[in-house]
Design a protein around this ligand. Structure first.
Ligand code: NDP
Ligand code: GDR
Length: 343
């Protein structure tokens, strides 16, 4: 039985990857940081099948302990401060977790289990300013946020440990991928949750930032398979994972609102608060190398993805009983949590 250690197991990708590896017969260990209220929403349904290890990416000793306990064949480093906007508000924390956290993981692997295969969750945010489209493995990086800068550091440390210590270390340069488990502040989930709440009469407007930004959006369930495929190859390498399609935030709004028979222009309000100090205008990835070398393919298209998320958010919001159905929650935080607080 193969053994895998996943950091970030409570997040969107960690939960899909854990399910995927369990399906392949792996013994799955997940690193989770201690919180006063446990955050198991995404992994509640598999908690009895996985081993949860307490630890924090910023604490090398805890990461070493996790490596010792899990004794993994494969390590997937998905943990990070992953929200771009927060990276301007907390740039040092972002550097500590999203950048230096990678070195902690690499050091732990090097010291405790150098034969383990290592996956680093790199990001299309590393491309940042548009220098070339579609973006591929050889496109130069020009990050536009502290998050993007931190990911570039993590990416190059992964490459460096591969070249310096002969670790089997891969960096997956993944473009945006979404799902019903996406955090509520990311734009797709913010929109699909708002569409559900507006349709159900629980919210009356949606405050948004830059509608012209374009992203290459795929389904998280498809993308975790690519992570695994990278670690099954003969040689470690870096791969872009993307759909090869790009859509604007405005198109996202059109698709999500029209799916429930509404016109987004009746509800969306421009709010400076959601505009970024520096924007990534256009992301469009070329996944050719992954398709050819890994045999990877995405199954879920853009429309299907957004409709899946709207359907899921309608079900979720219907299940919530709030004393005041008109209360809107917060723009920035999880409105469902805000709703339950008000009960
Ligand atoms: P999430 O934000 O959903 O998950 C992040 C995970 O990291 C959570 O489990 C979180 O735990 C954990 N984490 C945060 N800080 C620490 C810490 N100090 N110690 C241990 N764990 C910590 O992100 P996604 O699942 O969407 O993304 C997974 C990875 O892939 C991230 O590294 C992200 O930057 C990267 N990525 C994501 C893309 C996407 O479109 N989703 C695209 C490209 C890269 P907690 O639940 O306690 O907050
Ligand atoms: P991103 O995702 O920054 O690409 O990072 P996000 O969904 O936050 O933003 C996408 C684009 O939408 C624009 N936008 C808004 N975004 C948010 N969150 N809220 C708004 O109201 C809003 N209005 C417009 C943004 O300006 C941006 O252009 C995600 C994260 O998962 C990273 O961890 C990951 O590395 C990258 O994707 C690839």
């Amino acid at each position: 039985m193969k053994r895998a250690l996943i950091t970030g197991i409570t997040g969107q990708d960690g939960s899909y990857l854990a399910e995927f590896l369990l399906g392949k017969g792996y013994r799955v260990y997940g690193l989770r940081r201690r919180t006063s209220t446990p955050n198991y929403t995404n992994i509640e349904h598999i908690l009895d099948k996985i081993e949860v290890i307490d630890g924090d990416l910023s604490d090398l000793s805890s990461v070493i302990r996790a490596l010792q306990m899990a004794d993994p064949d494969e390590v997937y480093n998905l943990g990070a401060q992953s929200y771009v906007e927060t990276s301007w508000l907390q740039p040092l924390l972002t550097s500590e977790l999203t950048a230096v956290g990678v070195t902690n993981m690499l050091e732990a692997v090097r010291l405790i289990k150098p034969s383990a295969r290592f996956y680093q969750a790199s990001s299309s945010e590393m491309f940042g300013k548009v220098l070339e489209t579609p973006q591929k493995e050889t496109t130069p990086f020009y990050p536009r946020s502290p998050y993007g800068v931190a990911k570039v550091y993590g990416h190059w440390m992964t490459v460096n440990y591969r070249e310096s210590f002969n670790l089997f270390a891969c960096s997956g340069i993944l473009f945006n991928h979404e799902s019903p488990r996406r955090g509520f502040e990311f734009v797709t989930r913010k929109v699909t949750n708002a569409v559900a709440r507006i349709k159900l009469g629980m919210q009356s407007e949606l405050r948004m930032g830059n509608l012209d930004a374009r992203r290459d959006w795929g389904f998280a369930g498809d993308y975790v398979q690519a992570m695994w495929l990278m670690l099954q190859q003969e040689k470690a390498n870096d791969y872009v994972i993307a759909t090869g399609e790009t859509h604007s935030v405005r198109e996202l709004l059109e698709v999500a609102f029209s799916y429930v028979g509404l016109d987004y222009r009746d509800y969306v309000v421009n709010d400076e608060k959601f505009h970024r100090p520096a924007e990534v205008d256009l992301l469009l990835g070329n996944p050719e190398k992954a398709v050819k070398q890994l045999g990877w393919e995405r199954k879920v298209g853009f429309m299907q993805l957004i409709q899946m998320m709207v359907d899921s958010d309608i079900r979720l919001n219907q299940a919530i009983t709030v004393s005041d159905p008109k209360q809107q929650g917060y723009d920035f935080h999880n409105p469902l949590v805000a709703a339950s607080w008000s009960e």
